[in-house]
Design a protein around this ligand. Structure first.
Ligand code: ANZ
Ligand code: ZN
Length: 833
């Protein structure tokens, strides 16, 4: 018979809230309890309620927070809703309810669910991004970015989702499809607002190195920023003063350039139009290319297309050879100079293009040690992209290509240039459910060249005293599909007076991207009621940067990059004194159901409500955490939860028996005491490493040993035991704690300490290396087998991140392509690649 967990849950939720035991002293942290900011990614209501994957993330984060609280920190664990923006609006559209109304419904349901899982949230500081109190400051941020030259307007071919009827950022386009709805994305020329995140590219990249973040997230950010060192080189056009400037990372291959390619959008095409003999064909091609997304255009294996520009030739600066010029959509206008020199022998894309169009392929790099006849590219399937010795390159022949790189660039009159893949942040959305962009356009001021920014005459930021620009209630809020925002049809909204000259002016009618709402919420949690300022500097100084941030790996790139960008701008504005928002970030794993991804269409989505009702919050929490290491994710199986229920039941029975017995306080059985102390050490380390599963199994073993020797267990032993269990099962442990005669909450108790003398040195510091370089150390059991050691070494997050990169698939099986593993028992393991 299970105990009445629902009753216990209700009772303690109420008492905890009344006593405010999870409310930190935000304004005046005590000297004794040091602040600890434990942040988790707040949810966006895009469905009826939270699903068990959210619960998984939140529970894992809460366990860490509870652990830190018991270690003596004043823990701040806030929660809120990211309810402005496209996900919530799409959901409202889907179910046919107005988003303003739907948020009220979602709020109630989401908060009820968040309450039910027993997290130690600081409820008094909750916030929602769609309340005017909040988005006033989102808008304020926009105005400040504008004033600092970090917000600008530009006409650009943007990604357009015909189904969501909105512009998408590059990041929201996955393999040519809309990340939200899966429709094919096309291109449109529209005036848009951008944030100049590229000003911070170098810093965003360089600081990554020293950050304590999940390795795979750091790698994802690095790739996204995509720093690339190369040279810009100019090619003269025959009978013209125009030049074609290309960006190349391989100037060493210049002698192998056999043609040039311009992006279809390249401005030179217009200047040279009168000379292009096949301009009809060219125009047609440009039109077709415009319909494709960038992702599609550069997709690997995509059949190369293009058109020659008849009548245009250019000269290779190193040998004055005449080269034909093409346009092709595998060259993007948004990267580098929008033009390339094509070296088909040594670049796969160029190779495929040259084969298709019958263009010459000239070898200029030969792998070291290979001599004799030149490579026959007419028979080959691939370009050779590696390094080697220069051939067919006149005075540079015989040189190593690495060395020749800058010498040839110089010889060609080129300049070194660093490019980034990172694009500016497209911030405007032609949608309804978001903060209106707080800008006003005045024609009169524009005509007179007036404005806060010389480069944007006529544009004024809405003055701070007039913020927020409230989002009006619009009955018909559907996207219009014309590229204009629904607000652009509301005269009473857009008609306004110029804040400078007071003549008739027009408000911006686009709203800002949801990612702006979530780029700064963790600042506001600390000062939600501040009406005068975005936040009080002195509070921020005490609590930020965030000590631990936990969230999904799917936000590795965008959200985390934008928060970092906003933080850096805040720093430059003098609002804060640090550069990085999160000291530590950990990505949790993904939860699946019986081996399959959870999805509505499969009908296998687990609703946490049912499980909480049937098994209790403690059981659900523990079950989720027991599946696997938290950073790995887990496979939810209905059959599994019963084991946890039984365990909790046994804990309760044992506690109640003990409460009734006359067990005295002192140490009783010394063997049990040793067990207990070893467990304390192990569990403490496991929680710190987010290895909750092994912490739980240790608790189970400990209980077993207690049960086998009831008379040897002193009350003290058991109190220590339930303290160790408290972060996992907050309700039951609180109940037992009180039954055993305590009056204050167990969750504010001190985390058990172990007596080092009682712990025999059965472990050693395992050194984990990759190619002989130490990457991590771990405590491991002495005498463990190589297989065991390999397993724990491979699970270590840093090593795991690296191995993920090296994974290959052979015969349908994922494997690693290391050369060998060197294992020194009780000392080190070295993966050699
Ligand atoms: C000649 C060459 C020879 C290249 C060779 C590569 C290998 P990352 O590393 O990504 O910066 N490229 C330059 N601009 C481009 C654009 N707008 N669209 C598509 N491709 C572009 O890549 C730089 C390389 O990508 C450049 O170096 C250029 O091709 C191509 F054996 O130039 B390379
Ligand atoms: Zn004006």
């Amino acid at each position: 018979m299970a105990y009445n967990f629902s009753k216990i849950e209700k009772k303690w939720s109420k008492i905890w809230a009344e006593k405010g035991i999870y409310e930190p002293k935000i304004k005046k942290p005590s000297a004794k309890r040091k602040p600890f900011y434990n942040l988790m990614m707040f949810p966006y209501p895009s469905a009826e309620g939270l699903h068990v994957g959210n619960m998984y993330a939140f529970t894992g984060s809460d366990i860490y927070g509870r652990f830190k609280r018991m270690q003596g920190y004043d823990v701040f664990e806030p929660i809120g809703l990211d309810g402005f923006g496209i996900h919530s609006e799409n959901y409202a559209l889907k179910i046919g309810v107005h988003p303003a109304k739907q948020t009220k419904i979602s709020e109630k349901n989401f908060y009820r669910q968040l309450q039910a899982i027993g997290n130690s949230f600081a409820w008094r500081e909750k916030l929602e991004t769609y309340t005017p109190d909040y988005y006033k400051w989102t808008q304020w941020i926009f105005t400040q970015f504008f004033k600092r030259g970090l917000a600008y307007r530009k006409k650009q071919a943007v990604n357009w989702c015909p189904s969501c009827k909105t512009v998408l950022a590059d990041e929201q386009v996955v393999a040519g499809k809309c990340e939200r709805c899966g429709s094919d994305v096309s291109k449109r020329e529209l005036e848009q607002w951008f944030f100049k995140i590229t000003d911070y590219a170098e810093e965003l990249l360089s600081e990554l190195e020293n950050m304590d973040w999940s390795e795979k997230v750091k790698i994802a950010q690095k790739n996204w920023i995509g720093r690339s060192e190369g040279a810009e080189i100019e090619f003269r056009i025959k009978n013209s003063e125009h030049k074609i400037k290309v960006f190349t990372t391989r100037p060493d291959t210049l002698f192998g350039a056999t043609y040039l390619v311009l992006a279809p959008e390249h401005p030179l095409i217009q200047y040279l139009e009168f000379r292009i003999e096949n301009s009809e064909e060219v125009k047609k091609y440009i039109e077709k290319a415009g319909a494709k997304s960038d992702a599609e255009r550069i997709a690997e294996g995509e059949e190369k297309t293009g058109v020659i520009l008849k009548g245009i030739e250019a000269f290779n600066p190193v040998n004055n050879e005449e080269l034909p010029v093409y346009i092709a959509d595998y060259v993007l206008s948004s990267y580098g100079t929008g033009a390339i020199m094509a070296v088909p022998a040594h670049d796969q894309r160029d190779f495929e293009f040259a084969k298709k169009f019958g263009l010459p392929i000239t070898e200029v790099i030969r792998p070291a040690g290979v001599s004799g006849a030149p490579a026959d590219y007419s028979k080959s399937e691939h370009a050779y992209e590696g390094g080697g010795i220069l051939v067919n390159s006149r005075q540079f022949n015989g040189m190593d290509c690495e060395k020749a790189r800058w010498e040839i660039a110089k010889f060609a009159g080129g300049k070194k240039k660093t490019n980034f893949r990172l694009r500016d942040w497209l911030i405007s959305r032609q949608r309804y459910w978001g903060p209106p962009i707080p800008m006003i356009y005045c024609e009169k001021c524009a005509a007179e060249g007036k404005g806060e920014r010389e480069d944007m005459p006529g544009w004024h930021a809405v003055p701070e005293k007039d913020l927020p620009v409230k989002l009006p209630f619009l009955k018909d809020f559907k996207p219009m599909g014309t590229g204009a925002s629904p607000l652009s049809s509301v005269k009473s909204f857009y008609e306004t007076a110029c804040p400078v000259c007071h003549s008739k002016a027009r408000r911006e009618t686009d709203v800002s991207d949801t990612f702006l709402d979530s780029a700064w919420y963790f600042f506001r949690y600390l000062d939600i009621k501040n009406k005068k300022k975005i936040f009080d500097k002195s509070i921020i100084k005490k609590w930020l940067p965030v000590d631990m941030y936990i969230g999904g790996a799917e936000h590795s790139v965008l959200h985390l990059l934008y928060t970092r960008f906003a933080t850096k701008v805040f720093r430059d504005m003098g609002l804060i004194g640090f550069s990085e928002p999160f000291k530590k970030f950990r990505a949790h794993g993904l939860l699946i159901k019986e081996g399959a991804k959870m999805s509505k269409s499969k009908g296998n989505v687990v609703n946490p409500d049912d499980y909480i009702k049937k098994f209790g919050a403690d059981a659900l929490r523990m079950y989720l955490m027991f599946l696997a290491p938290f950073e790995q994710g887990g496979d939810f199986r209905d059959s599994g939860i019963v084991g946890i229920t039984r365990f909790l039941e046994r804990v309760r029975k044992f506690g109640e028996k003990l409460a009734k017995s006359e067990n005295n306080a002192g140490n009783k059985n010394s063997e049990l005491n040793k067990n207990l102390n070893q467990s304390i050490k192990k569990i403490t380390e496991d929680i710190e490493a987010l290895h909750y599963n092994t912490a739980i199994s240790n608790l189970m073993i400990l209980l077993n040993s207690f049960e086998g020797n009831l008379s040897g267990v002193s009350k003290n032993y058991f109190l220590e035991f339930i303290k160790l269990l408290a972060p996992f099962a907050p309700f039951l442990t609180e109940e037992l704690w009180q039954k055993l005669g305590n009056r204050t909450s167990i969750h504010l108790e001190k985390w058990p300490a172990y007596d080092a003398r009682l712990i025999k040195e059965e472990t050693f510091k395992l050194i984990i290396q990759i190619n002989g370089k130490t990457k991590a150390t771990l405590d491991a059991k002495k005498g463990a087998s190589q297989a065991e050691i390999e397993k724990i070494a491979m699970a270590e997050p840093k090593i795991k991140g690296y191995l993920e990169q090296q994974k290959i698939i052979i015969d349908g099986k994922t494997t690693y392509k290391w050369k060998r593993v060197i294992y020194v028992p009780d000392r080190l393991i070295n993966f050699v690649f």
